[in-house]
Design a protein around this ligand. Structure first.
Ligand SMILES: *Cc1c(COP(=O)(O)O)cnc(C)c1O
Length: 422
């Protein structure tokens, strides 16, 4: 019997586990008006034009799941399925969303940790969001999806669309790193480079919805990406023995990850798994594109569009932020802040972490390290605090150092050029 069940399990089934699957997802709610929306089909923004958030019956979940049960489950994001929207195992579109390691950097004396999201499918945390978003899109019957992307989101959408047997269209700015564009093409997506920014790409997606029959997966414009990204917060809490760090620094583009982790912490508290203590949440941006930092400094709850955005950290080249008020609320409620660092500081951090610790930071991840260093120097973070830097993607999809030595004649090696003898 079990053999038959396994043989008929669809390709999209998650990694095998203890078999039980219950989601306590109940409905959606407008993030501004609180209006309750049924989760009975594909959903975009709320009637008020604002992001929708998924809600759960946490009281029921709390009665039936505990932390010891979790500990028995496979080390992937579906271990938190009670607090995810996907209704049953066979609805999962999955590529093996493994738990990601926390790596202590030498300079922090064990207190400075990098959560390395580069280990996920397609090499970025975007896989977490697309695993849930694509699962729900497929569950509700979407056949074609479209996304504006700076690279990593498009790579994830293209891969999960291939996995789900769906068609994907990806629109990215001209400057998108070549490896990301190639990745999307390789997964069979329809890919267009756009002479504009990611919000221009977003406008193309909106315009094409009816004509092309697209389900748009744009940041915060459907409710389920945030749900997958919550697992970063769940995982971090579990890995630290259900004690959150003092500070989390996150490279902020559209801001979903900050919003998602904050939501995750509230849900964990409602489950009785953590207390009321929260980390200071810090948004790292680049000086060439810092709309959240500008709004934060001005004490605003809305961010205006950043003109002529430019930075090597492609993933945070996001000039207009739909969830601006949600991001700014998280920073304020957590007693955190927003801070911009230059591309020079980003590249210097990337080089120093790679060479001194063997950790491959993407430029966005390196921005969090540059913010850490600046905040430490000012005294806004102290050495005895536990700080988590999110490295949201592998650095391997971005331009790499390329100046290796050359040995023109392997038969006549100039040993003085090789290095000092031991
Ligand atoms: C998308 C992305 C970000 C920004 O994430 P948001 O949740 O949209 O703020 C940061 N770093 C990398 C590597 C990304 O791909």
């Amino acid at each position: 019997m079990t053999g038959t069940a396994r043989a008929t399990r669809p390709l999209h089934a998650p990694m095998p586990d203890d078999g039980g699957w219950t989601s306590y997802f109940t409905h959606l709610e407008c993030s501004v008006t609180g209006e309750r929306i049924a989760a009975d089909g594909l959903r975009g923004l709320s009637p008020a034009g604002k992001p929708l958030l998924a809600r759960y019956d946490l009281a029921a979940a709390r009665r039936r799941v505990d932390r010891d049960m979790l500990a028995q489950r496979p080390a992937n994001m579906w271990r938190y399925r009670e607090l995810l929207p996907v209704p049953h195992a066979d609805a999962c579109v999955t590529l093996g969303e493994t738990m990601t390691p926390l790596i202590a950097l030498r300079e922090g004396g064990g207190r400075l940790l990098v959560k390395d999201e580069g280990r996920l499918p397609t090499g970025s945390f975007k896989a977490r969001g697309q695993a849930t978003a694509m699962s729900m899109a497929r569950h509700f019957g979407a056949r074609r999806v479209a996304i504006p992307t700076n690279g990593n989101a498009g790579g994830a959408v293209a891969a999960y669309a291939a996995r789900a047997g769906m068609e994907a269209w990806c629109f990215c700015p001209m400057e998108t790193p070549a490896a990301h564009v190639g990745e999307m093409l390789g997964f069979g997506a329809h890919v267009f480079r756009v002479a504009g920014m990611i919000d221009d790409c977003g406008a193309i997606v909106r315009q094409g919805v009816e004509r092309m029959g697209w389900f748009p997966l744009s940041t915060m414009q459907e409710p389920y990406r945030v749900e997958g990204k919550k697992t970063m917060g769940f995982e971090l809490a579990e890995q630290l023995g259900w004690e959150l760090p003092d500070v989390i620094i996150y490279a902020t583009g559209g801001g979903t990850a900050l919003v998602a982790m904050w939501k995750a912490f509230d849900e964990l508290e409602a489950m009785g798994w953590i207390g009321s203590a929260r980390p200071r949440m810090v948004a790292a941006q680049a000086t060439g594109c810092a709309p959240i930092v500008r709004a934060w400094s001005a004490g605003e709850r809305q961010a205006t569009r950043w003109d002529n955005a430019h930075t090597v950290a492609a993933g945070i080249r996001v000039p207009a932020v739909l969830a601006d008020f949600m991001v700014l609320d998280v920073l304020r409620d957590s007693h955190g802040w927003a801070e911009a660092v230059s591309d020079e500081a980003i590249l210097a951090s990337q080089a120093v972490v790679a060479a001194s610790d063997g950790v491959q930071m993407c430029p966005e991840g390196a921005a969090t390290h540059a913010v850490y260093r600046a905040a430490l120097a000012r005294g806004d973070i102290s050495r005895d605090e536990r700080v988590v830097l999110f490295n949201c993607a592998t650095g391997l999809k971005y331009p790499m150092p390329d100046q290796a030595g050359i040995i023109a004649d392997p038969g006549a090696v100039d040993w003085t050029a090789i290095g000092d003898p031991l």
